[in-house]
Design a binder for this molecule. Structure first.
Ligand SMILES: C[C@](O)(CO)[C@H](O)COP(=O)(O)OP(=O)(O)OC[C@H]1O[C@@H](n2ccc(N)nc2=O)[C@H](O)[C@@H]1O
Ligand SMILES: Nc1ncnc2c1ncn2[C@@H]1O[C@H](COP(=O)(O)OP(=O)(O)OP(=O)(O)O)[C@@H](O)[C@H]1O
Length: 286
């Protein structure tokens, strides 16, 4: 049997870091939402007891460094399974971008194999398993829009923000999430008002959502990579109503409700950035 699962990217509308924990991770408070930029993960049952993986598009590892491979491995180990699977990833989400591409592939693999191998696991159980793979995987299991706390794995789903265009621009630089967290000076930075973001979403107040966007990790990535700040300025100049870096970066997203403005921002950014996307905010889990 074979099945195909959509794996959407996420953006962080608010990302706050509260303190460093004894286990080396950071306690976070984030509002995350899914966007209509997605990989597709195709799972085919194998007769043999093995996992194989291939990926089209951007370069990603095809062995157990791949988070989707790790998801299949984890299920086999946890439940002592001898099932096999061939995983094909149609990669549309840019890699190492701050958009949780790998995490979403892992979440899609967990959900798909739950069906394919008839494991009967609930979404909560899949999200708990996902947390063993990476901090963003639990959110990707639920999708939609959520408040994420703990190291990012404690998920409280909330309603979707009002729909709008999301223009994404990724400069051609690599950013290490671990480095960004390590360099963050928690006491010296301005913290976003996550509570206000939650209220704005509840009130469906698009203008307030735009003015409340905030990501504490910008303090590190913008300083190390001035091109990210440059993209933010261009997005604002081109008329985006709200602009922010997603996750640890380097992708910047701009929000607008206006169709013609969205096209103008998209065209304007393509002039000096190779990877630019214009997609809809999803917000709801599909
Ligand atoms: C930046 C975000 O993408 C925002 O959604 C996430 O916080 C990062 O999620 P992720 O890429 O799934 O992160 P993981 O693979 O769990 O961790 C990568 C590295 O980032 C650091 N890390 C991550 C999450 C967290 N709450 N505190 C951390 O300090 C740790 O050094 C960890 O070794
Ligand atoms: N399925 C996958 N897709 C993309 N990258 C993967 C995958 N599996 C493993 N990786 C590796 O994970 C690293 C980060 O990739 P990813 O695209 O998930 O980053 P990201 O969008 O910054 O994630 P996050 O926002 O969760 O920090 C890369 O070094 C990549 O080689």
């Amino acid at each position: 049997m074979k099945l195909s699962v959509k794996a959407p990217a996420k953006i962080n509308l608010s990302l706050d870091v509260l303190h460093k924990r004894d286990d080396g991770y950071h306690e976070v408070k984030m509002v995350m939402t899914t966007i209509d930029l997605a990989d597709r993960v195709e799972l085919t049952e194998l007769e043999e007891d093995k996992i194989s993986l291939e990926s089209s598009g951007g370069y990603v590892p095809s062995d157990n460094r791949n988070l989707a491979f790790q998801a299949a491995e984890l299920l086999k180990k946890e439940f002592n399974l001898t099932n096999g699977v061939h995983i094909v990833i149609d990669k549309q989400i840019p890699v190492s971008a701050g958009l949780a591409g790998g995490s979403s592939d892992a979440a899609a693999t967990l959900k798909g194999l739950n069906q394919l191998w008839d494991l009967g696991l609930s979404l909560d159980e899949l999200a708990d398993l996902g947390a063993k793979i990476g901090s963003d995987v639990s959110f990707c299991v639920y999708g939609g829009t959520a408040l994420a706390t703990g190291r990012g794995e404690r998920i409280e789903s909330i309603q979707a923000p009002p729909p709008c265009w999301v223009i994404l621009a990724k400069p051609s630089i690599g950013v290490s999430t671990a480095d960004v967290y390590r360099k963050l000076k928690i006491k010296e930075v301005e913290h976003p008002d996550t509570h206000s973001m939650l209220e704005a979403i509840e009130d469906k107040d698009y203008d307030r959502i735009c003015s409340t966007l905030g990501n504490v990790l910008e303090s590190v990535t913008l300083k190390d990579h001035p091109e990210v700040l440059h993209i933010k300025k261009q997005m604002t100049r081109l008329g985006a109503e709200g602009v922010l870096m997603s996750g640890s970066g380097p992708t910047v997203f701009g929000l607008t409700v206006h169709d013609t403005r969205a096209q103008r921002i998209y065209n304007g950014l393509r002039g000096f950035c190779n990877e630019v996307y214009m997609v809809r905010m999803l917000g709801e889990s599909e």
